[in-house]
Design a protein around this ligand. Structure first.
Ligand code: NAD
Length: 333
């Protein structure tokens, strides 16, 4: 608790550090970049690294599921057999795995990054994890003469595929500047939020708001549907009215309203409901420690927990709509 309070104070003190990093023209051709965690997000991010590399073999990849490396290796990326091998080959090491425990083991295991990275290498953790853990891991990295920043993302799978992600970055000015040209190859916006952990705090606040707006969109769209409203028409009006938000105009949770988003492929290949439950759990823990009240956050956390209990954890977080539509079937419809 004291840790989060003093962390909050340290971020506040550095409030004036928040700014947009300008896109730089720093040449990263000499850097070998590695990406660990080739899931819904990481696979597309690695693809953008390969596509922007002078030599595709300068991009190293690793995933515990070897099948996830195949596509990237087939276009020239270098596949590695564990995180340590990747770390020993790269100057910039990116992690994009589900949660705090995965990042911690990737860094600290005997065949992991800390034990095998070359001195001065930069670790960029793009996963959404506990910001206090990010701070502690960065301190440990520094004690091993490594550099580390947290750079969680927003933009979803569509942003990852298009290379238009927003990176919320926490770390020293020097380390963030060092990582910016690489982040530029995968995203459209890089925002330096403060020191280590500040990227994670920003991400948790963003996802708290996102969960609530997604649930709001799902409730409105399901009510409209039950009242006999055409979903496309309702979305069209909402998207030019005061209810407009990313969940309604870019990632609508009703199947068929927008092509090529997870709801239109039975909620596959998006941002898993279990990952949203994890982010809300991190936000609720942080809130408890600084005595912040999150009444809607608590309800959202409960609802995503319920989805996981109903075997919907692997489905995209817009699956709330399907859950609402299926959980109660009126007799006269
Ligand atoms: P995912 O579950 O689809 O992918 C995670 C990948 O990591 C999998 O391929 C898994 O095999 C691999 N992995 C797990 N442990 C590993 C280990 N020890 N070594 C190597 N590989 C390992 O998850 P995702 O949707 O890509 O999300 C990744 C992170 O990004 C999460 O922290 C999530 O909260 C965050 N995020 C996701 C989205 C989204 O829309 N999916 C958006 C923003 C942020």
């Amino acid at each position: 608790m004291a840790a989060i309070r003093s962390f909050a104070r340290s971020i506040n003190k550095r409030g004036n550090a928040t700014h947009f990093m300008s896109r730089t023209s720093t040449n990263t051709a000499g850097h070998r970049v590695g990406l660990i965690g080739l899931g819904n997000m990481g696979a597309s991010m690695a693809m953008n690294l390969v596509n922007s590399a002078t030599n595709p073999a300068d991009v190293c990849v690793y995933d515990v599921m070897p099948g996830n490396m195949e596509k990237l290796v087939s276009i020239g990326a270098t596949g590695c057999s564990n995180a340590g091998e990747l770390a020993s080959k790269c100057d910039i090491i990116i992690t994009m795995v589900p949660a705090t425990a995965h990042v911690t083991s990737l860094l600290k295991d005997a065949d992991g990054i800390f034990a095998n990275a070359r001195k001065g290498s930069l670790i960029i953790d793009c996963s959404t994890i506990d910001p206090i853990a990010s701070q502690n891991l960065a301190a440990e990295a520094i004690s091993k003469e490594l550099r580390m920043i947290d750079a969680p993302v927003s933009g979803g799978v569509t942003g990852a595929a298009a290379g238009t992600l927003t990176f919320m970055v926490g770390g020293s000015e020097d380390d963030v500047a060092h990582g910016t040209p690489t982040l530029d190859r995968m995203g459209a916006k890089i925002i330096h939020c403060g020191e280590n952990g500040a990227g994670g705090v920003t991400k948790l606040c963003n996802n708290l708001s996102l969960a609530i707006s997604m649930i709001g969109t799902c409730e409105a769209m399901s009510l409209g549907k039950r009242l006999g409203m055409d979903s496309n028409k309702l979305a069209e009006v909402m998207n030019t009215s005061t209810a407009r938000c990313w969940s309604s105009d870019t990632y609508n949770p009703v199947p068929g309203v927008i092509e090529n988003v997870p709801s239109s492929r039975d909620y596959e290949g998006g941002f898993g409901a279990a990952l949203m439950e994890k982010d809300l759990s991190l936000a609720m823990n942080a809130a408890t420690q600084v005595k912040a009240r999150l009444p809607l956050g608590a309800s959202a956390h409960q609802l995503y927990g319920l989805l996981c209990e109903n075997d919907l954890g692997d489905k995209d977080f817009g699956v709330v709509y399907k859950y609402l539509m299926n959980s109660y079937k009126p007799k006269h419809q």
